[in-house]
Ligand binder design. Structure first.
Ligand code: BES
Ligand code: ZN
Length: 648
């Protein structure tokens, strides 16, 4: 049931600027029955209703297919949160006051996103106002429609969250490092803010916020907002976020947290047991911040702190503004996995300052950030390390391309009718970064850096679509470098599957040596114990292991393991690569470690490939099922959802 008109009716020129013609907005209704539309407001470029892809005229660019909200009629501009964390009932309880701005005075129905929230009351100036919950969608939750009195510009919703809220994890003391206090953290990206706040849960709606959070007295609350490292620990905490941010960047954590400064603007929050090791591991954060500012323009967010989460955190990191959330699995003792910090920091420019308008445009966040990450790593740790990490990233991309459906290899991916969580891959990350690398190589690094600095400035605090970016390229680099860049090539990168022919291909001399070593060992010319590994970094180990042939003999596996103690490695990434080999070859001596790995780590990127591989044989699946059953109560809802299919 497509309701789209002719291609031309969607295009408003110049594409870079907002459409003011409302007929375009009406034409942009989605094929679901909700009146999603894109309209004109000042804080987003997302309203360009331009048909995104000539090949598939049905995708309307800028339409958020993952929100019920109607920001083009009434837009929420500020949130005032007032919540108490109840660790007994695993609920956040309180209210939120939403400031709203109407497009026209007669727009009185405000539609918010919710998921599994208990709505207690909806009031304006203390008086109840009518509201209705719509039909629940399994991926999108339930729309909440509120009829506002004429001229009301704020509404208060009193509510509580469900103990199973998809965006909140409540941890028992046993699941923390200190074992004495409970812990809570939220993870809103992509569509989970609605499970702990009723709001317009679309990345094209930017809000400022303030919050009062009440906790048990001995715990500290921190948010993606101003955090005062010296605040008294009294169970009541105040926050403000003065810059307008998309809802997926609203974040809260509560636990037995201590703070340690790393630099003038940088510091780390962690449970006491991890505080020193985290501060040491990430001590280069301040330097990373400085080089990124020099290259891409001022840091817009005041402080930059890290929060170290318990190991069940489902991601490596999350770029919550002013306070990136970080998995403890990257504290390796040798800074070998700190590109994660460069990545989350880089999001302060690509993602948090310039934001994807819809989840289809995620590559604008992740591809730019991955490109910036490589550049930051090169500036801080040098060319050789950068090259190694680029090769590893490229191989991850190649592996995904071998496994993915072609449609999911497209940067501007079609997510209609799908849950963004289910489409997670290296495509937006590594393919996006490779695209930018190609432009850099064609026009020269200095020129590309200048372009990016201007891009972050021109779109600061805006949410933009892929099409807005293309129009911007048309207006800037394509005009400046007509003999170096062309629109067809750009179209291929963004709308075609796979890696375009002639794309840059990262190489590393250090890795060529590893290839030789691996070959010599595989042919039996060299014994494992004779391999000179003293100078190997994590990168060499990953490259050595990840490129082993699919099948190794039990004798070969035992030889590697006895020479290098791989089963007991402390590095979680090396352990992951080794355990993948162990599962593929049913190498039983590693299965005890595999089991403890699966039940102690909840980072989906590390556990999901293991479950997937285990599920391929009946014995593997039975093993996976046992581990999953034990681990499940400690996993984040996202990790449970991503893996339960492999064990059932
Ligand atoms: N913003 C992402 C995490 C994310 C993406 C959550 C999409 C939900 C939906 C974060 O910045 C990220 O990319 N994390 C990666 C880091 C890695 C690529 C260095 C991760 O967690 O693995
Ligand atoms: Zn990211």
């Amino acid at each position: 049931m497509k309701k789209y008109g002719l291609l031309a009716t969607f295009v408003c020129a110049p594409a870079l600027f907002a459409c003011s013609d409302n007929s375009n907005v009406d034409a942009a209704k989605t094929d679901k029955d909700q009146a999603f539309s894109v309209g004109s407001t000042s804080d987003t470029e997302a309203q360009n209703v331009v048909v995104a892809n000539q090949a598939d005229a049905a995708i309307a660019s800028g339409v958020d297919y993952h929100s019920f909200a109607n920001p083009n009629e009434i837009r929420v501009t500020h949130l005032s949160l007032n919540l108490t964390a109840n660790f007994e009932t695993k609920q956040l309880i309180g209210d939120v006051t939403l400031d709203v701005k109407r497009t026209t005075p007669e727009n009185n129905t405000l539609v918010l996103d919710t998921r599994a929230l208990n709505i207690e009351s909806v009031t304006v100036d203390g008086e109840s106002v009518p509201f209705a919950m719509g039909e629940t969608d399994k991926d999108l939750g339930t729309p909440l429609s509120i009829t506002l009195p004429n001229a009301a510009n704020a509404v208060t919703v009193a509510y509580s969250t469900s103990p199973e809220a998809s965006g909140v994890q409540w941890l028992t003391p046993a699941q923390t490092a200190g074992k004495k206090h409970p812990f809570l953290f939220t993870q809103a990206q992509a569509v989970h803010a609605r499970s702990f706040i009723p709001l317009q849960d679309s990345p094209q709606v930017r809000v400022t916020y303030d919050a009062t959070i009440k906790t048990p007295e001995d715990l500290l609350a921190v948010m993606s907002a101003s955090n005062d490292p010296t605040t008294a620990r009294d169970g009541e905490y105040e926050f403000t976020m003065p810059q307008p941010i998309p809802s997926y960047l609203i974040a809260l954590a509560i636990g037995d947290l201590k703070f340690k400064a790393m630099g003038e603007r940088t510091g780390v929050y962690a449970e006491p047991a991890l505080l020193e090791s985290a501060a040491k591991e990430f001590e280069d954060t301040e330097a990373m911040l400085e080089v990124t500012e020099e290259t891409y323009g001022p840091y817009q967010w005041d402080r930059y702190d890290l929060l170290i989460l318990p190991p069940s955190f489902p991601f490596g990191g999350m770029e919550n503004p002013r306070l990136s959330f970080i998995t403890p699995t990257v504290i390796a003792g040798d800074k070998s996995l700190v590109s994660l910090i460069a990545h989350e920091l880089a999001h302060s420019w690509s993602g948090n300052t310039v934001t994807n308008a819809t989840w289809r445009d995620l590559w604008l966040n992740e591809g730019f950030t991955t490109y910036l990450t490589y550049r930051i790593m090169e500036m801080i740790y040098g060319h050789d390390r950068f090259k190694k990490e680029a090769v590893l990233g490229y191989q991850d991309l190649e592996n995904d391309i071998a496994a993915l459906d072609q449609n999911d290899e497209i940067l501007a991916v079609d997510l209609r009718g799908r849950n963004p969580d289910d489409v997670f891959s290296n495509i937006p990350y590594e393919k996006g970064a490779l695209f930018l690398r190609e432009i850099e190589q064609k026009i020269g690094r200095e020129n590309f850096d200048a372009f990016l600095m201007q891009y972050f400035k021109d779109f600061a605090f805006k949410s933009i679509t892929t099409d807005t970016f293309i129009a911007y390229l048309d207006d800037t680099l394509l005009k400046q470098y007509p003999d170096k860049l062309d629109a067809d090539r750009i179209h291929t990168w963004i709308f075609e599957p796979g890696i375009p022919k002639g794309a840059p291909q990262p190489e590393s001399d250090a890795f060529t040596k590893i290839d030789d070593t691996r070959s010599a060992w595989l042919t039996g010319d060299v014994k494992a114990t004779d391999i000179e590994t003293a100078q190997w970094t994590v990168h060499e180990w990953l490259y050595f292991l990840n490129n082993m042939p699919e099948t190794l003999s039990k004798a070969q596996l035992a030889e590697l393991d006895s020479a290098f103690s791989l089963t007991t490695t402390k590095n979680n990434e090396i352990a992951h690569s080794w355990l993948m080999i162990a599962v593929e070859n049913n190498y039983q001596p590693a299965f005890e470690r595999l089991y403890s790995y699966l039940v102690s780590i909840g980072r989906n990127k590390l556990v999901k490939p293991l479950y997937r591989e285990l599920s391929k044989t009946p014995e593997g699946k039975a093993f996976a099922k046992r581990a999953f059953e034990e681990a499940k109560s400690g996993y984040h809802p996202l990790t449970v959802k991503a893996n339960e299919g492999y064990v059932n």
